[in-house]
Design a protein around this ligand. Structure first.
Ligand code: G
Ligand code: G
Ligand code: NA
Ligand code: MN
Length: 253
């Protein structure tokens, strides 16, 4: 209740902001895009991490207005980077099931794209694998979004209880291999086998695959050799403030 009101106030008073974690083509080292991650800078409590407020925002429904702001700010920023000549950077935004189930979601996305002038082909929506629990209501929404040119990725892939076979029926573009498998991929045969299976599956059925939580060179080498195309993680960069990301881009030339 208290946090809920604080969040509402925070939204009105612009206490939320976004950080951007670079996504890299690990085969050729090119920057391909960013994942937008929300942060809350509370005037008294300081920085509150999303792990502490996203689930509450979901439970209270506040994720709908908060998520709308996140999407709008992501698209506005993406458009600004386009205008600055940063290239065809894909901007990925995390979306909660609750948002997707909102009957106005697709229209809201259309309006945001229109208002910001951001190219839908550069927008990616990240959904956690748990979304698959309610496939029947979600699939038509995903189809409408993809028909607009938007890309869809399945976050935290491999952590759910879903079988791999349903994947070919899902209207998605990318699988994000969960960081928990990447963590010990260079030392643990089981993690390595799971990641390899996901990469092979994705490559076979024509999905892109990105590994999250890449923290060292051993991770990169293993993933590269296993045929993983994309990656993100502290090895490349932690999530960055807008200005830091712009310096990151400039420093890579
Ligand atoms: O940024 P960090 O690693 O602390 O994120 C923690 C969790 O919060 C992750 O599961 C991430 O997906 C989630 N998260 C971060 N930003 C957003 C957002 O903008 N929307 C939603 N729905 N979840 C987010
Ligand atoms: O659930 P989701 O995949 O959206 O979570 C993203 C979270 O992972 C962010 O909070 C981000 O800060 C964190 N993160 C990003 N890169 C790394 C990494 O290399 N190692 C670890 N431990 N966490 C990371
Ligand atoms: Na994510
Ligand atoms: Mn993830």
């Amino acid at each position: 209740r208290i946090i809920e009101n604080a969040m509402r106030k925070g939204l009105n008073e612009h206490q939320f902001f976004l950080e951007y974690q670079p996504k890299i083509n690990i085969q050729n080292n090119q920057l391909v895009g960013v994942e937008a991650l929300v942060r809350w800078n509370h005037p008294d409590l300081g920085a509150i991490p999303p792990g502490k407020f996203i689930s509450l925002a979901e439970a209270t429904g506040l994720i709908v207005p908060l998520g709308e702001w996140i999407l709008k700010e992501s698209c506005r920023q993406g458009r600004e980077w386009q205008n600055k000549g940063f290239g065809q950077l894909i901007v990925a935004v995390n979306v909660s099931v609750r948002q997707l189930q909102d009957p106005n979601f697709v229209q809201q996305v259309e309006q945001i794209l229109k208002d910001t002038g951001f190219n839908p082909k550069l927008l990616e929506l990240e959904l956690t694998e748990s979304i698959l629990a309610d496939l029947n209501s979600i699939i038509p929404v995903l189809n409408r979004l993809r028909n607009m040119g938007i890309q869809i990725s399945v976050d935290d892939f491999g952590t759910g209880y879903s079988s791999l076979s349903y994947i070919k029926h899902l209207p998605v573009d990318t699988l994000k291999v969960d960081a928990s498998f990447v963590k010990d991929i260079h030392k643990n045969e089981e993690s390595k086998a799971i990641v390899k299976a996901i990469i092979n599956l994705a490559n076979t059925i024509g999905l892109k695959v990105i590994a999250e939580g890449i923290e060292n060179e051993a991770h990169v080498i293993t993933l590269r050799n296993d045929g993983c195309m994309f990656g993100q993680g502290f090895y490349y960069s932690r999530p960055l403030k807008k200005e830091e990301f712009e310096e990151f881009v400039q420093s890579r030339g």
